[in-house]
Design a protein around this ligand. Structure first.
Ligand code: FES
Length: 92
């Protein structure tokens, strides 16, 4: 897109995904992790031995702290998986 076209650009309409059955609004282009963070969901996993909360940490796909399941596909990184309309996210 050229800079001149960007001047008149408007955001696409927002949509929803569900996280453990809860509706979560998404701005087009957001990652699932960004949408969850914006909705106040800050942790959704725990560490194996001490049960400490985990969610977004690095935010760039390196640490794997943000794993979740999207539409039945397990072990996706929330921080680097783009949300799509109707995505069903489960965290356990
Ligand atoms: S937050 Fe580190 S891989 Fe997603």
């Amino acid at each position: 897109m050229t800079p001149q076209r960007l001047v008149g650009a408007r955001p696409e309409p927002a949509f929803e995904i569900t996280v453990d059955g809860r509706p979560v609004p998404v701005v087009p282009g957001q990652s699932i992790g960004a949408a969850m963070h914006a909705a106040g969901i800050r942790s959704w996993r725990t560490t194996r031995f001490e049960g400490r909360p985990r969610g977004l940490f690095c935010g760039i796909g390196v640490c794997f702290d943000c794993l979740l399941t999207v539409n039945g596909t397990p072990s996706l990184r929330a921080c680097s998986t783009q949300a799509r309309p109707g995505d069903e996210v489960t965290t356990s």
